[in-house]
Design a protein around this ligand. Structure first.
Ligand SMILES: Cc1cc2nc3c(=O)[nH]c(=O)nc-3n(C[C@H](O)[C@H](O)[C@H](O)COP(=O)(O)O)c2cc1C
Length: 191
């Protein structure tokens, strides 16, 4: 069960617009994330939900998708996400990137568990979004998360020849190479 959820919680970049994601569902994902650990239990992260269709489509054009897929510019309108979450930290102090990662992955796990999915996006136009959402002086945008009902198959595979680049196979399946456990788990005898 747990491993199934972790396996299924992939980065999804093509979505079914026929299955919208409302603020009530998004709130469930953030409800899970707000319970996670944070440095000093400071709980600095805020999540700004963007659900307006025009805003979502604009963001979809602005963020950078799947750098390894050279012949794909990201989802068009027919496969755009239903919503975005902008993870924010206080502008004056910032936040541990560890906290950001824990929060973001928990959002994605909760989304997958509910039949949705998403993608963490670090390649976004910070200045433009800070201005658009009137965040200057108050918040720094740490990460963008796209959310929606996945309309693509994403599968994990064993890494070949150390090549970490994900790719799309002939059937349109997005394939993500992962390093084997033997490479990842070390012991003090063999660091
Ligand atoms: C910190 C971080 C930043 C990322 N930024 C982007 C991004 O800007 N654009 C994108 O399409 N994917 C982005 N990703 C998704 C990664 O490409 C993805 O996690 C990786 O290819 C492995 O696929 P998986 O999530 O399905 O395991 C990001 C992931 C992380 C953790």
């Amino acid at each position: 069960m747990f491993f199934d959820l972790v396996r299924k919680t992939r980065s999804y970049r093509r979505y079914d617009p026929g299955k919208p994601l409302g603020l009530d569902r998004i709130a469930e994902f953030v409800e899970a994330a707000r319970l996670t650990p944070s440095a000093g239990n400071l709980q600095k992260i805020r999540a700004l939900a963007v659900t307006d269709r025009d805003d979502v489509l604009l963001l979809t054009r602005e963020v950078k998708w799947a750098g390894y897929l050279k012949d794909w510019d990201g989802p068009d309108e027919s496969e755009a996400p239903s919503a975005y979450l902008l993870l924010l930290s206080p502008a004056d102090t910032g936040v541990s990137q560890i906290d950001v990662g824990i929060f973001a992955e928990t959002v994605l796990l909760a989304a997958t568990d509910a039949g949705f999915g998403g993608c963490m996006i670090l390649n976004f136009p910070r200045e433009e979004l800070t201005e658009r959402y009137r965040l200057a002086g108050k918040y720094r945008i740490e990460l963008v998360i796209s959310l929606g009902a996945p309309a693509e198959k994403v599968e994990i595979e064993e890494i070949k020849g150390g090549d970490v680049r994900y790719y799309r196979d002939g059937n349109g399946v997005h394939r993500v190479p992962k390093r084997p456990l033997s490479e990842v788990l070390l012991t003090p005898d063999e660091p």
